[in-house]
Design a protein around this ligand. Structure first.
Ligand code: PLP
Length: 457
């Protein structure tokens, strides 16, 4: 019989907890032999960029970055190809707000799958799409909102950028360094996370975007306000909290100041809530919670709970611009608003409401952040800052990207899945399912402390 390598003590403590909320249980040092074999076959056939990144990460951190391969997931647990069980603190890049394979979404998918997979989008539609659009419009902070559905976050951002041109007549957009909005061409032009994403394709991107520092300081905010005074812009595109950019939280007055400036200069305020929205940060929309009425809000990730669906929602008077384009549909795609995605999204919204997950994320996130701060305080852990809102938490480390990657790797070998982020790659980003058990979060804090102490700067 194979023995668990690290977790006997945790097993005893958590034996009684529910399925999908189990502590790590490792049978092989990850990646085990089957993950290695599968990953190496995959590297022979998939886009070489992924394997190249692993090689460069290994060189940077001095640790190998061979991946595990997922086989199944339940709640906040993932099983890999070697039967190792992990606690998932990434949750599908923040999309799995109800965890892996929740019953309610399986049921919604199965019911819809036995009825209708695809209608005819903008030609002949479905009641399930109508219900979703009505529910989303009703959650928008102003009556009369209009909804455009998409399949990915990048789709929603593309729709928002097009909305800005139609509504204001200006293609110019202010976007921010450190921001990430997806990598298809519309959002790519506004991707400030890393120039390397844009440089190879620069000749296919127009230069309508002006990048400014993310307004998390008074000085950076002033720079945005000055830019708006000096040049005409159609829109500001902003994440209320930088996600991939390292979980950077701007001061509370920032979005309000941008709202006011957009009103003065007739630009749209487009808020990218693809990561922050739908409860992740303890509110339906983080921007609205900051007291702001955006012109356009983009949501994705959580909306499908792991199924690909997104939405761009705008104030009625802004979205009117789409209706006066001479009868052309202008923005559609085969799978936009398809019944399967709409059925899942409706079930996600219902589950978040019924399980009180918005308030839970706010409260649990607060407690977890405080627990992490307390535990990781002091120079021996080499932590610069623990920050975030709700269950979107970033831990900025001393020691740069190489240490952060080494910590991520060490956590993997202790059974915890985390990601790194930030412009400098020095932030651990944690976006667990909104219904994760508190004991798993506290267990992680303890293991993280041990790992950080063993991984000095
Ligand atoms: C804030 C934000 N916007 C947009 C996107 C793009 O979403 P997608 O990957 O679904 O296109 C992401 C993805 O991580 C994101 O974090």
């Amino acid at each position: 019989m194979r023995a668990c390598l690290f977790c006997a003590a945790f097993d005893a403590v958590f034996a009684a907890v529910s399925p999908g909320q189990q502590p790590p249980r490792l049978l092989h040092v990850p990646p085990g032999p089957r993950s290695r074999a599968l990953a190496s076959r995959l590297a022979n056939v998939e886009c070489p960029a992924f394997d190249a990144r692993r090689t460069s990460r290994a060189a940077l951190s001095g640790h190998e970055h061979a991946p595990i391969v997922y086989v199944s997931g339940l709640g906040s647990n993932v099983l890999d190809a070697d039967d190792n069980q992990y606690v998932d603190l990434v949750a599908g890049f923040g999309a799995l707000v109800l965890g892996h394979c929740p019953d309610v979404l399986q049921k919604a998918l199965c019911d819809q799958a036995s009825q209708l997979w695809l209608a005819l989008g903008d030609v002949y539609s479905t009641e399930v799409k109508l219900s979703l659009c009505e529910q989303l419009a009703a959650r928008f902070p102003e009556p009369g909102a209009r909804v455009m559905l998409g399949s990915s976050g990048a789709d929603a951002i593309t729709a928002a950028l097009k909305t800005a041109v139609l509504a204001t007549g200006s293609p110019r957009v202010i976007a921010f360094t450190g921001s990430y909005h997806g990598l298809s061409y519309g959002p790519l032009a506004a991707c400030g996370l890393n120039d390397a994403f844009r440089i190879p394709f620069a000749a296919q991107l127009s230069d309508h975007v002006r990048f400014l520092p993310y307004p998390d300081t008074e000085r950076a905010l002033d720079e945005v306000l000055a830019a708006l005074r000096h040049e005409p812009f159609g829109a500001i595109l902003i994440e209320p909290i930088l996600g991939r950019g390292g979980c950077v939280v701007p001061p509370p007055e920032t979005l309000c100041a941008l709202r006011q400036a957009c009103d003065e200069h007739k630009a749209l305020l487009i808020v990218d809530e693809i990561w922050t929205g739908l409860g992740r940060c303890g509110a339906w929309f983080d921007s609205v919670d900051q007291g702001v009425l955006p012109d356009v809000v983009c949501i994705g990730k959580a909306l499908g709970g792991g199924f690909p669906i997104s939405a761009c929602m705008g104030r009625g008077r802004v979205m009117e611009a789409w209706g006066v384009q001479g009868g052309a549909t202008l923005h559609t795609a085969t799978h936009f608003g398809a019944p399967l995605g709409c059925a899942v999204a409706l079930a996600v919204l219902r589950a978040i409401d019924e399980q009180g997950l918005v308030a839970r994320a706010r409260q649990l996130g607060l407690q977890w952040t405080l627990a992490l701060r307390e535990r990781l305080d002091g120079s021996r852990c080499g932590v610069r800052e623990v920050r975030g809102r709700g269950l979107m938490v970033g831990i900025e480390l001393h020691g740069g990207a190489s240490r952060t990657l080494a910590v991520m790797r060490a956590l993997l070998t202790r059974g915890y899945l985390v990601l790194t982020g930030g412009v400098a790659g020095d932030v651990l980003t944690l976006t667990p399912a909104l219904d994760i058990e508190e004991s798993l979060l506290l267990g992680f804090a303890e293991v993280l402390e041990q790992v950080l102490v063993a991984c000095p700067c």
